[in-house]
Design a protein around this ligand. Sequence first.
Ligand SMILES: [Fe+2]
Ligand SMILES: [Fe+2]
Length: 138
Amino acid sequence: MKRSEVIRLLNQDLSGEIEAILVYMRNSFVTGQCRPSRGMEEIAKDEMRHAEWLAELIVDLGGVPTMQHRPLNFGRGGTEGYLKRLIALEEEAIAMYSEHIRLIKDERVASRLKRILEEEIEHRDEFSELLGEVKKGG
Ligand SMILES: [Fe+2]
Ligand SMILES: [Fe+2]
């Protein structure tokens, strides 16, 4: 795979991280319940770290980190709807990182993406747990 193609894939990943940061922060701000709101904020910070790692890889490869993202969809229907949207975003991230790990042969890049993928799986599980608590009225 050409270096420019690796940069393109990493910028796709970065774009997803930027979208996640913005959606998680906004949903944290409007969520009154403490534990879900704190969870969204903490995970937004993880996504910022991922964005930083990806930007570093992109710059090292001679690329320019994107700041583009898709139109933001926050989910609807209060805390439960917001958490469902965040779980969907984590699922998308898991699918995209898995695909990019399969495609990218550069060992340094792939091992960093694997580390991020592990954290996205943890995020999905954490949001799912929070959703379970909210549904129980916790
Ligand atoms: Fe992330
Ligand atoms: Fe995540």
